[in-house]
Ligand binder design. Structure first.
Ligand SMILES: N[C@@H](CCC(=O)N[C@@H](CS)C(=O)NCC(=O)O)C(=O)O
Length: 205
C-alpha cells in the first residue's frame, strides 16, 4: 500500500487526482501546510524538503516533487495512458508539467499567495504579489494557446492535466483570475471524471 502525504487545497490535490486515475491502493496522511505540519520533525525525517506532495512506496522509499510522483504513477499503470511513450510526445508532456509546476505555481501563485514568506516589507510584498499575478496571467495564456481546441493539454487526459487541475482550481477559487474559456472547459471536463468524484472529500478542508 502506498502512503500519500497530502494537504487539501495544495498542489498535492493534483497527485490525489492521479492516485484515483490509476486506481492505486493508498492511505492518506494529512500534512496541513497552513498549520505548519510540514516543518515538524516527523515529517522532515521522511521529506527533508518540508513540502507536499510526497509518496511513500511499498519498499519504504519516499518520492517527492510533483513531476516525479506524477510520472511514477503514470508508469505504475501504463494502461491508463497518462504519459506517452514516444520520446518527443513525452518531452512535450514534461515541458508542460515543468512549466505549470516550476513557473505558474512556483514563480506565479507562490508569490501571489504568500509574498510574506520572502519579504517583510509591505511595499515589497505588494510588488512581489503583483509580479506573481502577472506570471500566472502570462502562464494561463501560454497554456490556453498550447491547448487550443483540444480537450486536454496533449489531446487526451495526462499527468500534465493533473497539474493544470490544481493551478486552475487556485485561479478560480482564491485568485479571481480571468481564466481563458478553453481552460475553464478543461477544468469542467476534469471535474466530470470519476477520479475527481473519488478524490472530492480530500480536495478541500
Ligand atoms: N517543487 C515542489 C513544490 C511543492 C510545494 O511547493 N508544495 C507546497 C504546497 S502547494 C508546500 O508544501 N508548501 C509548504 C511550505 O513551503 O512550507 C513539487 O513539485 O512538489
Amino acid at each position: 500500500m502506498l502512503t500519500f502525504y497530502h494537504s487539501p487545497q495544495s498542489c498535492s490535490n493534483g497527485i490525489l487526482l492521479l492516485l484515483h486515475e490509476v486506481g492505486a491502493a493508498f492511505e492518506t496522511r494529512i500534512v496541513d501546510v497552513r498549520a505548519g505540519d510540514q516543518r515538524g520533525a516527523a515529517y522532515l525525517a521522511l521529506n527533508p524538503k518540508g513540502k507536499v506532495p510526497a509518496l511513500g512506496l511499498e519498499d519504504g522509499a519516499v518520492l517527492t516533487e510533483f513531476g516525479a510522483i506524477a510520472l511514477w504513477l503514470a508508469e505504475s499503470d501504463p494502461q491508463a495512458g497518462l504519459a506517452p511513450a514516444d520520446p518527443t510526445e513525452r518531452a512535450r508532456l514534461l515541458e508542460m508539467l515543468d512549466f505549470i509546476v516550476g513557473s505558474v505555481h512556483m514563480r506565479g501563485f507562490t508569490f501571489d499567495k504568500v509574498p510574506q514568506k520572502f519579504l517583510a516589507d509591505p511595499d515589497g510584498q505588494a510588488a512581489l504579489k503583483a509580479h506573481g499575478r502577472a506570471e500566472v496571467i502570462k502562464g494561463l495564456k501560454v497554456l490556453s494557446d498550447m491547448m487550443g481546441d483540444a480537450p486536454y493539454l496533449i489531446g487526451r487526459f495526462s499527468v500534465a492535466d493533473s497539474a493544470l487541475f490544481y493551478v486552475l482550481d487556485w485561479a478560480v477559487q482564491d485568485g479571481g483570475y480571468d481564466v481563458p474559456a478553453n481552460l475553464m472547459a478543461c477544468l469542467k471536463r476534469i471535474k466530470a471524471r470519476p477520479a475527481y468524484a473519488a478524490a472530492a472529500s480530500l480536495l478541500s478542508r
